[in-house]
Write a protein that binds this ligand. Structure first.
Ligand code: ATP
Length: 364
């Protein structure tokens, strides 16, 4: 939906260096009001540095950052209206829940009665109503993180920054909190910028994902776009498992390339642009796009099952196609296949993405 409002946050060609080391290069991003944007990438790619630059905790070397169309360079940290949640709760250990959550309001000289009302509302929102008198040490990790969230949203900040807020929690709690944070963000309509290296978190929570690698943006898109249409080999590999088969184009007809794979078999893949014989390409196919057994589909390859992993409603198989291992994620209605079994696998030519020699997706 088109919004006439100005963007909540805008980065224009920012660069950030620590001494001689450039941690973030030419970073540009526009974040719409009320959206949930995730910065995703491996350790050291510069995600936290970007988040900290919004809060004014690191200086940018060049470029511009604006919040609600105002350049932040001129706004001191304490005047930037930003909520922060970190990995390690960072609650004041000797203050009770009320005082922890009320902190930002007291700081802003909000009247006492209003503070009580707003703290109560924030605690209801994070589903810990009535916990005002408890100390952080009397709460579980997940509950402490909910309090940290209440503290960050209680003064209705312009932007909520979340830096790996779930990584200290155990797996079950993490999943619950994903849903919880997303729900609260939608209810409050707050603009959220979330940092994680966990692709599942990013895929399940975000309106848009910014995939980063070594200080640069690899791709910006919806979860569906970055997963199904990865812009680079890095994105394909970082967001879940991808089968990457390299080869050479032999024939191009009717929008489809025939590719002689390095491992000796031949496949066909839809190409958004005509390719020439001898062009080197990599065929990227997600494990969910691989079928096993007689399907009538194109791209039949024979192989032998190396390993099976039963995952409840589906199974993941590693299949040796002679020189390369294909991963297939198959939903189970029949029985589980056995190791060493010989199978025929296939995938639809339109289910693959083609990368060029430099690992960049071939686009029209
Ligand atoms: P992680 O997920 O491990 O937190 P990240 O993607 O958030 O990683 P940053 O913390 O932004 O990465 O760091 C980006 C790069 O800048 C890294 O190579 C890091 O070593 C370097 N770096 C970060 N802070 C400093 C600092 N204060 N001084 C020097 N180098 C730094």
């Amino acid at each position: 939906m088109h919004s006439p409002e100005s963007p909540a946050v805008e980065f224009r060609n920012i660069e950030i260096s620590y001494g001689r080391f450039t941690a973030v290069k030419d970073f540009s991003l526009t974040i719409q009001k009320g959206s949930f944007v995730t910065l995703l990438g491996p350790s050291g790619c510069g995600k936290t540095t970007i988040l900290r630059s919004i809060a004014g905790l690191v200086d940018i070397s060049s470029g511009q950052i604006s919040i609600a169309s105002k350049r932040v360079d001129d706004i001191p940290i304490y005047k930037r209206n930003i909520g922060l949640v970190f990995q390690n709760y960072a609650l004041f250990p000797h203050k009770n829940v009320f005082d922890n959550v009320a902190f930002g309001l007291k700081y802003r000289n909000v009247p006492k009665a209003e503070i009580v009302r707003r703290v109560g509302k924030a605690l209801e929102m994070v589903r810990l109503p009535g916990s005002e008198k408890k100390l952080p040490s009397q709460l579980s990790g997940g509950q402490q993180q909910r309090i940290a969230l209440a503290r960050a949203i209680v003064f209705e900040p312009e932007v909520l920054l979340l830096d790996e807020p779930l990584s200290a929690l155990d797996a079950n709690m993490r999943e619950d909190m994903r849903v919880e944070i997303k729900k609260i963000q939608k209810e409050t309509g707050i603009t959220a910028i979330f940092v994680t290296h966990d692709q599942e978190e990013a895929l399940s929570m975000s309106d848009r994902i910014v995939v980063m690698n070594a200080g640069v943006v690899e791709q910006i898109g919806t979860p569906g776009e970055v997963y199904d249409q990865p812009a680079t080999g890095f994105v394909a590999n970082f967001l879940g498992k991808a089968n990457m088969l390299s080869g050479v184009v032999t024939i191009m007809d009717e929008g489809r390339a025939t590719i002689a794979l390095d491992v000796g078999q031949t496949v066909r893949a839809a190409s958004p642009r005509p390719l020439k014989p001898k062009d080197k390409v990599t065929v990227v196919v997600r494990p969910q796009k691989i079928a096993i057994g007689a399907t009538g589909a194109d791209n039949r390859l024979s192989g032998r099952i190396l390993s099976t992993s039963y995952l409840g409603g589906n199974a993941v198989y590693e299949i040796d196609i002679g020189g390369a291992v294909i991963r297939a994620n198959i939903s189970l209605d029949g029985g589980l296949l056995r190791e060493d079994e010989t199978v025929e696998i296939s995938f639809d030519p339109s289910g693959a993405v083609l990368l060029n020699e430099r690992g960049i997706r071939i686009v029209p």
